[in-house]
Design a protein around this ligand. Structure first.
Ligand SMILES: Nc1ncnc2c1ncn2[C@@H]1O[C@H](COP(=O)(O)OP(=O)(O)OP(=O)(O)O)[C@@H](O)[C@H]1O
Ligand SMILES: [Mg+2]
Length: 272
């Protein structure tokens, strides 16, 4: 039985239009169950495979706004929680994105969370377990997250250095969903829908893209995700030839290596 909450009354700032998302499994149901149970969720998977799109789609389903924070290696807990700023002769407190999400509710999405400095995990722990509190040390506040607050974090396991992995004590606080490249048929549907390219050409492009991913065995470090196939299809829909579109949208963005570039061109020649 489906317990989908699709069509829930929207809170201010929630997406009003349905973001197109094609599920690969039961991730929608699991996410909804986690939301109802007030649990935090971790999304892992390679770049360009639908994690961010999934979060937008779920925000629309649940009628929640999304507060997104792109984490980077200089990101500190103050960037998330907030800081005092000098304004003229006054000192004013400015909430960071995490604090404003806890105050107002909605999904707080921390993208590429392992990039952030280690001190941020201290902040996330009491918020992601059953306490659901955010300590704003500098103002002396203990904010209890409202029922409609949900913490979602994402990370890309392959690409980060092993030393940058999440600590077990952090990981084990989250319900985890694993994303990967979709099946060939599903990927062709996504590419056709996103680019409006005809489905026969989208299918050819997806086949070629999937063959290119196998070059990982020949030293390709970051295989092209669905995003790059959508980019190439969009350029083709604009009238560019397949090879020109794929060189610009797929090949150059993934490699500088002449041999790999040539191998990808050969795949395209065989596919179109
Ligand atoms: N299941 C899907 N349904 C619909 N569109 C998808 C799906 N998967 C991928 N896409 C398409 O691929 C694009 C890239 O997906 P998205 O931005 O969600 O990737 P990501 O996993 O968040 O990548 P990154 O780790 O780089 O942030 C989307 O804009 C969308 O066009
Ligand atoms: Mg993303």
């Amino acid at each position: 039985m489906s317990t989908s909450t699709k069509g829930a009354p929207a809170h201010a700032g929630a997406p009003t239009k349905e973001p197109f998302y094609k599920p690969f499994g039961r991730e929608i149901e699991i996410f909804e169950a986690a939301y109802r149970s007030k649990m935090a969720v971790l999304l892992k998977g390679p770049t360009g495979c639908g994690k961010t799109r999934f979060v937008s789609h779920m925000a629309w389903r649940l009628g929640l706004p999304v507060h997104t924070v792109a984490c980077h290696d200089d990101l500190t807990s103050s960037d998330l929680v907030g800081r005092y700023l000098i304004k003229g002769r006054e000192t004013v407190w400015l909430d960071g994105p995490l604090t404003s999400a806890v105050r107002s509710g909605g999904i707080c999405y921390l993208d590429e969370v392992v990039e952030a400095r280690k001190d941020t995990t201290v902040i996330l722990h009491p918020l992601s377990d059953d306490r659901r509190v955010l300590s704003v040390e500098k103002t002396g506040e203990e904010l209890k997250a409202p029922d409609n607050f949900m913490l979602v974090i994402s990370y890309n396991p392959g690409y980060q250095h092993i030393l940058k992995d999440l600590k077990p004590s952090t990981r084990q606080r989250f319900i985890s969903l694993e994303f990967d490249y979709p099946s060939e048929e599903m990927e062709a549907e996504i590419v056709a829908s996103e680019s409006s390219l005809d489905s026969a050409t989208a299918t050819k492009l997806v086949r070629a893209g999937r063959r290119m991913r196998k070059l990982i065995d020949s030293g390709l470090e970051s295989p092209p995700g669905t995003r790059l196939l959508v980019h190439a299809a969009t350029l083709m829909k604009e009238g560019l030839e397949a090879q020109e579109a794929c060189e610009a949208a797929i090949i150059r963005p993934v490699t500088d290596d002449i041999e790999l570039h040539k191998a990808m061109i050969d795949i395209l020649k065989a596919s179109f």
